[in-house]
Structure formats: C-alpha cells, structure tokens
Design a protein around this ligand. Structure first.
Ligand code: NAD
Ligand code: UFG
Length: 350
C-alpha cells in the first residue's frame, strides 16, 4: 500500500519530530529541506533510525533543495509519478519563523514563505496531489481582547511573519474554492511549541542569541548567558508578564498525524484548527517551573516590551478535540524537563 508522505522542512525542529512519528507508524517519509535552519543532528539521527531498523530500512528519504526551486520539486514529484505512485499528503513546514527577523528583512520572509508555498502548490496541482497540512501560527490572530482564541476570530497579525501566514491561508482557501471536490486542506495554527522528544535526539538549531524564550532559558540555566531578559512587566496579566500557551512538540506532532488521517478519510474540505493546550502560563510562572523541575536557578531582569509582541495567546482547542479527538497529554513540567534534557544531551551546558 502507498504510504508516502512528503514533509517540507522535515529536518527542522517540528518537522523532525513529525518525521519520527510518521516513520514509527510505518509511513515512507520523503523530506524536502534546504537545511538553512536545521541542526545537523536531526538529519543524522533520522538517517540512523531508518538505516538501523531492519523492519523499516530506508523508510526516510532526504531530498536537499529549496521549495522555491520549481525544477527541483518537479523532478521529485515526477520521479514518484513515474513509479505510478503519488504522495498521500504533503505536510508543509518549510519556511522562516523569526518575528524580529521578519521585521528587519520582510522581503526574505515574503519570498521564502509565500513564493515557496505557491511553488509547492503549483507542483502539487500538476501531479494531482491535493492534500496538504500547513504550519500556520497563533500569531495570525494578533492582539485580541478574547482570552481564548477561537478559529473564527478575524486575523490581524502584528508582524510580517504573521502576515505571510495569513496570506498563505488565503491562497489555500482560494485553491480550495477553485477545485472543492479534490483539495483537502488543513491549516494548523500552532501556539508555542516547546520541549523535545525525551530521547534528546531532535531539537532546534542552536544559537547563542535565540529570540525565543525556551532556548534562552536553557542558555541561562546552562551558564551561557548571565540572565534572562523578561520583556515587559506591565502587561495586563496576573503578574504583569506575558502569557503564552506552550504546547509540547510531541503532542503538536501527533496533531499532524491525526489531521492527515482525518483529511484522507473524510470528504474534501478546508479546515483552520488551533493546536494549543488551552492553558496559559506567564513568563514568571514558566521561570519558576523550569527552576523547580530542573533544579537550577534562572536569573532574570525586566526590560521593555518587545516590538511585535502581544499580551496573551491562549488556544480555544475545542475544535481540534472535537474533530480529530486530539488531546494534548504533556504538562508544562514535562516541556521544561525535555527541553533541558535535549539541551544538555547536546553538550550545550557549561
Ligand atoms: P525550523 O526552522 O526548525 O524548521 C523549518 C525547516 O524548514 C528547517 O529545517 C529549514 O531548513 C527548512 N527551510 C526553510 N526554508 C526553506 C526553503 N526555502 N526550502 C526548503 N526548506 C526550507 O522551524 P520550526 O520551528 O520547525 O517551524 C516549522 C514551521 O512551523 C514553520 O513554517 C514555522 O513558521 C511554523 N511555526 C513554528 C512555530 C514555532 O514556535 N516553532 C510556531 C508557529 C508556527
Ligand atoms: N520572552 C522574554 N524573553 C526572551 C524571549 C521571550 O521575556 O528572551 C517573552 C516574549 O516577550 C513573549 C514570551 O516570552 O511574551 C514568548 O516569546 P517567544 O519568542 O518564545 O514566542 P512568541 O510567542 O513571541 O512567538 C512564538 C514563535 C512564533 C509563533 C508564535 C505563536 O516564535 O513563530 O509563538 O505561535 F508564531
């Protein structure tokens, strides 16, 4: 039976976790990645898994290339179609994701995220591969008054990165309208993915100057940074620091498996769905939890609010629960533990 899935950005942080789960479920995992932001160990460990496992030998196929390169994608799809096969679905994660970078270099973000997606969709259409799960983001909602963000809220992003996600969702909606009997589309709006597979084998690209909170927490705990800068102490929240809905990357990844399963076995449709736990945590609460479960001290200092930030982002995840029967399992404690475990296993601490 054909069990081929194409995963763009499949050696990145989230993509490597999804690839691993797909592989463990017996799918043939075809990865497309330019490696512009993937840590070498993700690629190495995915290959090791595939090569060492006698039952599933060579089930992970890595294709190095850029999604903006039409010829590269065309050849990949042509090769599969020559064998009278096609990908069951595409899980599309490849893209750039830094909010500050998108403010300083918006053209690069529009080019990679939007042009790259248009290119991929053109090739998918050409080879009649019409099921796609797209990595969208909670950042599409922007600054909203509601505590729990529902999928039917208007999109009002505060930065170019978020705007690219909204535009891609619009393009996907347009192509669905153009051929509603065949396209199966799911935009998954991630809240804040954190943590790592408990093996510590897969993670984010290491940086000494990360913009996200979790990598920075690890650097402080590991003695690589003196203190954490907490952006803003005057947000309208219980302790004045911003609230986010942190979701373990393994739970998030499983959401993709359920989404794909749902799309493939139900009528053609387009869905927008949140992937978050529905629970909010402030920056200060997170620091305390990280210290407690990892037995360390996190020094911090308050700084001004960061441009492009919002006060609170918490998912209303009732739709994902109802439609996919997706119930995130992992606690904030496990997120902190697994994140630190991955950090020290990769010898980044002191
Ligand atoms: P990541 O940077 O670790 O992974 C992205 C992967 O895409 C990398 O392996 C990179 O090399 C690859 N890539 C980038 N540009 C490419 C191109 N032009 N052609 C081919 N490959 C390319 O990021 P991630 O955290 O795993 O995020 C994956 C997706 O999820 C992104 O689309 C991101 O916008 C979205 N997302 C992430 C978060 C988050 O907090 N991590 C939140 C919401 C949405
Ligand atoms: N923060 C700090 N200090 C830091 C880093 C972050 O106080 O050094 C604060 C931020 O101000 C924010 C919270 O911690 O209030 C979380 O910040 P992150 O940068 O970790 O995450 P964001 O919510 O800003 O953005 C993330 C991803 C986006 C994604 C968004 C919503 O980076 O790609 O979640 O899913 F779109």
């Amino acid at each position: 039976m054909n069990k081929k899935v194409l995963i763009s950005g499949g050696t990145g942080y989230i993509g490597s976790h999804i690839s691993l789960q797909l592989y463990k479920l017996g799918f043939d995992v075809h990865i497309v990645d330019s490696f512009v932001n993937s840590p070498g160990k993700n690629l190495e460990n995915l290959k090791n898994f595939s090569n060492k496992d006698k039952n599933f030998k060579n089930r992970i196929f890595i294709n190095e290339g850029d999604i903006r390169d039409r010829k590269f994608l065309d050849e990949l799809f042509l090769d599969i179609s020559k064998r009278k096969e096609m990908f069951l679905a595409v899980i599309h994660l490849a893209g750039l994701k830094s909010v500050p970078e998108s403010i300083s270099d918006p053209l690069r973000y529009w080019d990679v995220n939007v042009n790259g997606t248009i290119n991929l969709l053109n090739v998918m259409k050409k080879y009649n591969c019409k099921s796609i799960i797209f990595s969208s983001s909670a950042t599409v909602y922007g600054n909203v008054k509601e505590t729990f963000l529902r999928e039917d809220l208007p999109c009002n992003p505060c930065n170019p990165y978020g705007e690219t996600k909204v535009v891609i969702e619009k393009i996907l909606s347009n192509i669905f309208t153009s051929d509603p009997d065949n396209w199966r589309i799911c935009n998954l709006r991630y809240f804040n993915p954190v943590g790592a597979d408990p093996s510590g084998l897969f993670g984010e690209k290491f940086s000494y100057n990360p913009s996200n909170l979790f990598p920075y927490l690890n650097l402080v705990a590991g003695g690589k940074k003196k203190y954490l800068r907490v952006f803003g102490k005057d947000w309208p929240t219980k302790d004045g620091t911003a609230i986010r809905d942190y979701i373990h990357v393994c739970d998030l990844s499983y959401g993709h498996i359920l989404a794909m399963n749902y799309l493939l076995f139900k009528k053609s449709q387009i869905l927008n769905l949140n992937l978050g736990t529905g629970k909010g945590t402030t920056v200060l609460e997170l620091i305390k939890t990280f210290e407690r479960v990892n037995n360390c001290t996190i020094k911090y200092e308050f700084e001004d609010r960061r441009p492009g930030d919002v006060s609170s982002l918490i998912a209303d995840n009732n739709l994902s629960k109802k439609i996919f029967k997706w119930y995130p399992q992992k606690s904030i404690e496990e997120m902190c533990k697994d994140s630190w475990n991955c950090f020290i296993k990769n010898k980044y601490a002191i």
